[in-house]
Structures are given as C-alpha cells and as structure tokens.
Write a protein that binds this ligand. Structure first.
Ligand SMILES: [Zn+2]
Ligand SMILES: [Zn+2]
Length: 118
C-alpha cells in the first residue's frame, strides 16, 4: 500500500491541532489518512479539471480576439486604422491609407486615424 508521507504528516498534525491526542493504533491512523485522502483530494481534482477548461476557453477567446483584430484586407497586421467619420476599425494603417471608402459601411473616408489597442 502506498501512502504519501506528507499526507500522513498533515493528518497527524491536524489530529494534534484538533486536540484529539495521538493515534491509538496504526489502524486508526490509517483510517484518518484515508478519510482525509477521500475528502481532500477529490475536490482539488475537480478544481484542476475546471481550471483546464477555463484556460482552454481563455485561449480560444484570445485567439478569437486576435482574429477580430486582424486587418481584414492583408490578414497579417493588426487592425489599427480607424476611419473618420464612420469610426470603423477594420484594417491596418497601410491598407487603410489605400482605401477611399470604408470596407464595412462603404462611406467615404475623410481621414484615417492610427489607433492603438493596449
Ligand atoms: Zn492590412
Ligand atoms: Zn465604416
């Protein structure tokens, strides 16, 4: 049987903290260790798995945001050119300079403002 040493140690410590005295026998120690093992390791496993899904979701979200930020024309640079007056932000500055009408709403572009997303 393989019982982690630190688990036994923390179990003994807990027992002493709770003022229940030393374990009367190795069996009662084992029992305490096993009950601790069940109650304390199960929820931490659950937390670990939900943390993974959260991380995966986060990575997905970041990827999505990155795609949305990409220039819709060259698909290489981040979109950073905001069209005036319509205010659309859909392409990089270099591509934006070459456009005469907004590629989203087709309204005439008066000027192109470099925008930084922090
Ligand atoms: Zn571009
Ligand atoms: Zn527009």
């Amino acid at each position: 049987m393989d019982i982690p040493k630190d688990l036994v140690e923390s179990c003994v410590k807990k027992r002493l903290e709770e003022n229940q005295g030393e374990f009367a026998s190795i069996e009662s120690l084992m029992e305490a260790v096993f009950s601790m093992n069940v109650t304390e390791s199960a929820p931490s496993l659950k937390i670990a798995s939900s943390a993974t899904t959260t991380r995966e979701k986060l990575a997905e979200e970041i990827q999505k945001l990155r795609d949305e930020r990409l220039c819709k024309i060259c698909m290489e640079e981040d979109a950073c050119a905001t069209f005036v007056p319509c205010g659309h932000l859909a392409c990089c500055f270099e591509c934006g300079l070459a456009l005469e009408v907004c590629l989203i709403c087709r309204s005439r572009i008066q000027s192109c403002v470099r925008t930084y997303i922090s």
